[in-house]
Design a protein around this ligand. Structure first.
Ligand SMILES: Cc1cc2nc3c(=O)[nH]c(=O)nc-3n(C[C@H](O)[C@H](O)[C@H](O)COP(=O)(O)OP(=O)(O)OC[C@H]3O[C@@H](n4cnc5c(N)ncnc54)[C@H](O)[C@@H]3O)c2cc1C
Length: 351
């Protein structure tokens, strides 16, 4: 079979890039190994414009958020599924200092921050003493539904291989790539942290980050908001809630830790007035780049091989915008934003 692009990985990145290329009339085959602990399958799906303790505006969020919103809305219509909900963050201040810090930021971030006018209502559900701030708008993407629906689309159209990809099974030339019976003009790696072991891209400044989250039943808690106090409680599928997450850069294995579960339960026992039951413990590695910008583009020495990766903690907002930009670059030759172009690492990739 002859195709234009062979895409390795069907997380958020491979899903959105393959769709963007198909929209431009290209023939694509996607290979995925079905790993249930990929970053995309464990992500809560939040698009949050203001992050961290210091309440910093997320990089390029004024462009990324509306673009992501319109992309997911388009996919909802194409695939007849529901992916997006508006789900503001209620930030329960943990201390007087945290409350003061939020108030100080209100002035410069009026567009996204406000004080919640509804504190009385939340006394029924949570224990808190220092008020609630609100981050609005925030979006919640149902990543699981997105991935399943796109996988079905690829399967029905015979555009996928559900197997583990091995680079040794490929013949890679300057002008094309042969993988089994597939001949592709180019191969693009969207395989998350696996790219850090890839002979073409292992020299990029990867910084893998292990994240854990718990899944819980919390009967009676409205699935209308994201609740934050150190950790986030996020509406998840099947009426459950996702609770997390950690960032661990020094891990030695990918097992869930009892420390995270214990600390989270202690926090919930204090903060949440409702009974809850933990039903699952998830863990995955985020594909993080040390300069916190994605890796997008073709290899400077081997132009039949490319990468769309390094989405870090923000794949849901970053991937839609740059999938479209990369697809236009590949098909029409329009430039990539220098901040994300993998050629910013041309020297180390050429070694
Ligand atoms: C706990 C946690 C919470 C998160 N929460 C959020 C959030 O709320 N919002 C947000 O925007 N981001 C969040 N993220 C980050 C987000 O998950 C990532 O930015 C994003 O999912 C990366 O997507 P990806 O497609 O690049 O990589 P991945 O999701 O890792 O996808 C790679 C795909 O390639 C496949 N693959 C790998 N190797 C091979 C191979 N050899 N052969 C075949 N297939 C292969 C894998 O099975 C997988 O399907 C979170 C991450 C974690 C861990």
């Amino acid at each position: 079979m002859n195709v234009d692009y062979l895409i390795i990985g069907q997380g958020i990145s491979g899903t959105l890039l393959s769709r963007a290329l198909m929209k431009l009339g290209k023939k694509v085959v996607v290979v995925d190994d079905g790993n249930i602990s990929s970053s995309s399958k464990v992500a809560s799906g939040v698009i949050n414009p203001i992050t961290g303790k210091r309440l910093v505006r997320t990089w390029m969020i004024d462009e990324l958020l509306p673009f992501a919103q319109s992309t997911y809305r388009e996919i909802e219509q194409e695939r007849k599924i529901k992916l997006l909900s508006n789900c503001n963050i209620l930030d329960f201040h943990a201390s007087r200092d945290a409350s003061q810090g939020f108030n100080d930021k209100l002035v410069e971030e009026k567009e996204y921050l406000s004080q919640s006018g509804d504190e009385g209502k939340w006394q029924e559900y949570f224990r808190f003493n220092y008020g609630i701030g609100e981050i609005d708008p925030c979006l919640l993407v149902d990543v699981g539904t997105l991935l399943r629906s796109w996988r079905d689309h690829l399967l029905v159209n015979d555009l996928s291989v559900w197997n583990r990809f091995r680079i040794d099974d490929c013949e890679i030339g300057q002008g094309n790539v042969k993988y089994g019976s597939i001949m592709a003009e180019k191969m693009i790696f969207c395989d998350g942290v696996a790219s850090a072991e890839n002979p073409f891209f292992s020299k990029l400044p990867w910084s893998k980050d292990k994240g854990e989250a718990l899944i819980a039943e919390i009967p009676g808690l409205p699935a209308t908001n994201i609740y934050k106090q150190g950790i986030n409680i996020v509406p998840w599928r099947d009426g459950l809630f996702w609770i997390g997450a950690t960032h661990d850069w020094k891990y030695t294995d990918m097992r869930p830790t009892s420390t995270f579960r214990k600390q989270t339960e202690e926090l919930l026992d204090y903060w949440l007035k409702l009974p809850y039951k933990i039903v699952d413990h998830l863990v995955a590695q985020r594909p993080v780049n040390m300069d916190r910008k994605p890796f997008v583009g073709l290899h400077p020495v081997m132009p039949s091989v490319g990468i769309f990766n390094g989405m870090g903690t923000k794949g849901c907002s970053v991937a839609p915008y740059f999938a479209e930009q990369f697809a236009r670059h590949l098909v029409n030759g329009t430039p990539l934003m220098p901040d994300v172009d993998v050629r910013r690492f041309a020297k180390i990739l050429a070694r």
